[in-house]
Design a protein around this ligand. Structure first.
Ligand SMILES: [Zn+2]
Length: 256
């Protein structure tokens, strides 16, 4: 029997390996195997399909930037297929719309994944606004902040910043301004159905909720019964409407 010795150097680049949590890692930033893994992680995270290790090798990609510099004809030759090249180009084209929310976890920055990205999106809108202070305000730890700032200064500025993205966090969907939020309680008399009333309200610019939530400003109660719900609504300053048709000022009366 022969003892199995752990390798001391990277089989891809020959760099001396380092132990990290009982696993050997190649820490050479120029190592082809490491770069290939980073490109693969990037493509996977921002959903570029078809960029696995073999394709990365065939296309001789050595950086994320290379993905966006691919030449169509050379790609078709390297993949021996126009159909695959077409597919890949569509995927790459589509990826240009990636938001910073998707991008930041894609760069293999140590300690910076979805959680840190989400936190950061609360304090900055564009990556160019990044600073130690903004990281602190976002609640990122010292090590995460250091890792992110190192990447930003060493790899993003002057290099990755030229990638075809706007590096902008996606804005939370804006709440559409409405005339008010209506909740219909009980049976209606001025409309045949709740559905018809809802449609009439929505087309006039009201929002409609099925229960009395915090954002409800108008409660419709045509039954005349002062229910507990109505009483509570009245006490919290919600407008009580006893005839919806009159309230929305429908003069032609066709909706009911
Ligand atoms: Zn290596």
């Amino acid at each position: 029997m022969q003892a199995i010795l752990a390798p001391t150097t990277c089989s891809s680049c020959g760099f001396v390996l380092a132990w990290r949590n009982d696993l050997l890692y190649c820490e050479n930033t120029e190592c082809a195997a490491q770069i290939s893994k980073q490109i693969e992680h990037f493509a996977k995270t921002i959903k570029i399909k078809g960029l696995g290790p073999k394709t990365i090798e065939k296309l001789a990609l050595f950086s994320i930037m290379d993905i966006y510099m691919l030449d169509y004809d050379l790609t078709a030759i390297a993949l021996s297929s126009k159909r695959l090249a077409d597919k890949l180009f569509i995927e790459i084209e589509h990826s240009r719309g990636a938001t910073l929310n998707q991008l930041l976890p894609a760069f293999s920055i140590p300690l910076v994944g979805k959680t840190a990205t989400e936190k950061l999106s609360t304090t900055i809108s564009y990556l160019t606004e990044l600073s130690m202070g903004k990281c602190r305000d976002a609640g990122l730890g010292t090590k995460t902040t250091e890792s992110l700032m190192d990447w930003y200064e060493d790899e993003w500025i002057g290099d990755l910043e030229f990638l075809p993205f706007n590096f902008k966090f996606e804005k939370p969907t804006e709440v559409k301004r409405t005339l008010g939020t209506v909740c219909i309680s009980g049976k209606l008399t001025s409309f045949k159905t709740k559905a018809a009333a809802t449609q009439a309200l929505v087309t006039r610019g009201y929002a409609v909720k099925s229960t009395v939530t915090k954002d409800v400003t108008i409660l419709v109660n045509e039954s005349g019964i002062e229910s507990a719900k109505t009483k509570k609504a009245r006490e919290s300053g919600i407008t009580i409407v006893t005839n919806l048709l009159e309230f929305i000022g429908d003069t032609n009366g066709n909706t009911a």
